[in-house]
Design a protein around this ligand. Structure first.
Ligand code: HEC
Length: 129
C-alpha cells in the first residue's frame, strides 16, 4: 500500500509539470523563456559586473560595465567583446590572466565558473538577453 501511495504522489507531481532536480532546484516552473541553457546577460552576467567591476567601470567616461550598451561599446582599446568569439575577446582574457593586468584590479579574481559563464555568453553571440 505504501508503495502505491508513493507512486500516486509522484504521478501527481508529474501531472503538475513540476519536478525537483537533485540540487533541490525546482524545474518546470517557468522563467527564462525556455531557451535551454543559454546564458542570460541580465541574469547571469550583469550581476557579476555589478558586484566586482562597476566600482571602477560604472561611471561616465571609460569602460562602463553597468549596462549591455556599455559592455558592447568597450573602452580605450575598443571592443572588449567579439560576439561568437570569446577566445579573441579582451574581456575574458583580462579575467583569466592571458591579457594582463588581471581584472578586477587589486581584488580576488573571479571564480572559474564565473569566467566560463562570461565566455559562454560571448560564444553564444553576446546577446542582450
Ligand atoms: C579597482 C579598480 C578596477 C576594478 C575593480 C576593475 N577594473 Fe578593469 N580596469 C581598471 C583600470 C584602471 C583599467 C585600465 C588599465 C589597463 O587597461 O591597463 C581597467 C581596464 C579594464 C579593461 C580594458 C579596457 C580597455 O578598453 O582597454 C577591461 C576589459 C576591464 N578592465 C574589465 C574589468 C572587469 C570585467 C572587472 C570586474 C571583474 C574589472 N575590470 C574590475 C580598474 C579596475
Amino acid at each position: 500500500m505504501r508503495a502505491l501511495s508513493f507512486a500516486l504522489l509522484l504521478s501527481l507531481l508529474a501531472a503538475c509539470g513540476l519536478g525537483v532536480k537533485p540540487t533541490g532546484e525546482i524545474i518546470g516552473g517557468g522563467g527564462g523563456g525556455g531557451g535551454g541553457d543559454t546564458v542570460s546577460f541580465a541574469l547571469d552576467i550583469l550581476p557579476i559586473f555589478q558586484q566586482d567591476c562597476t566600482i571602477c567601470h560604472g561611471g561616465a567616461g571609460g569602460l562602463n560595465l553597468d549596462s549591455f550598451a556599455g559592455v558592447i561599446a568597450g573602452g580605450v582599446s575598443g571592443a572588449i567583446v567579439l560576439p561568437g568569439n570569446a577566445a579573441q575577446s579582451l574581456l575574458p582574457r583580462r579575467l583569466d590572466g592571458t591579457a594582463p593586468p588581471v581584472m578586477p584590479l587589486d581584488a580576488p579574481a573571479l571564480t572559474a565558473p564565473e569566467v566560463d559563464r562570461i565566455r559562454t555568453w560571448i560564444d553564444e553571440g553576446a546577446q542582450d538577453n
